[in-house]
Ligand binder design. Sequence first.
Ligand SMILES: [Mg+2]
Length: 363
Amino acid sequence: MQPQRRTILHVDLDAFYVSAEVREHPELKGIPVVVGADPEEGKGRGVVVACSYEARKFGLRSGMPISLAYRLCPQAKYMPPSWGLYERVSEEVMSTLRKFADKFEQGSIDEAYLDVTSKAEDEKSATLVALQVKKAVREKHGLTCSIGVGPNKSSAKIASDRNKPDGLTVVPFADVSGFLAPLQIGVVPGIGRKTGEFLNEKGITTIGQLQALDGKQLLSWFGKNGVWLWGVIHGQENVEVRQQDMPKSLSVERTFKEDAKDFREVRKEAADGASELVRRVKSAGYSYKIAGIKIRFRGFETHTREKTLVSHTDSEGPLLETVGKLLDEFETKGKPVRLVGVRVSDIQRSTSGPSRLDGWMGG
Ligand SMILES: [Mg+2]
């Protein structure tokens, strides 16, 4: 059976952590920025988590010891990772990307596969979709991305990395092998350092050399993975884009700088957290059914409570109300509160229609 040809976009945000920081702090634009461990003037331990393209000009790379980075580029702006910010920005961008796709699969915090077959069946129309995606990411989120377009996931992923930042690389759908042939074997996701060294020892450095081998040879070297690799290098890989769902639950927690003695402060933080959660769930097209809280008093005494709603909803009201009620029992005599958290669970894709509208009975 001939598999149906698909049109796949692999979208990869450029220098994502750093770009998110620059968007948050525009004064960092155009200068070397390093996210990672504290360099402590060259004595710091730990590594570079990410760095800007300006920092890369000084030879900095992610994974490099922070002390070495500091030696190469002491003038860079060094900052600790703000994971909460990256997750929030990622969710915002992913919800935009999802709208373009028939099927959507997030690969990591900053990359995703979009199956756009219903919109584009050839390179030309796929290019137009890719340009729309880039425009939306730039205009809505102030970020750039690089996109690879191909007839399968592996070629699209390899292509997105060919021309960074702000790149667009289209693999000829009928000649994936020809596109891949001149590239180094290391560009294949799945050929790591060890496999690369093994192949180098056999005198193989390019994908073209790999293509020239008999399939049986790959099978004997790599077993089942050899079958997959054969498919990738010959443009025959056809692993589906797997539409994933949201995590089954989402939560936010706030730790007070100084333990809160005024319970109104606790309620305020919880309400802010609840609004944020609903925004995240709703913007991704999902709804929740269980609302919960967590509260920790001074001395680490911790309590959790939850309540199942009548049915799924993506409105803010039910969560705010339930959280408020669940907090009631803890509003006691000014006992200092260290942390408050809000959680929603039993998350599922929102259905349109009446069941969604009359989901919350209130009261
Ligand atoms: Mg990236």
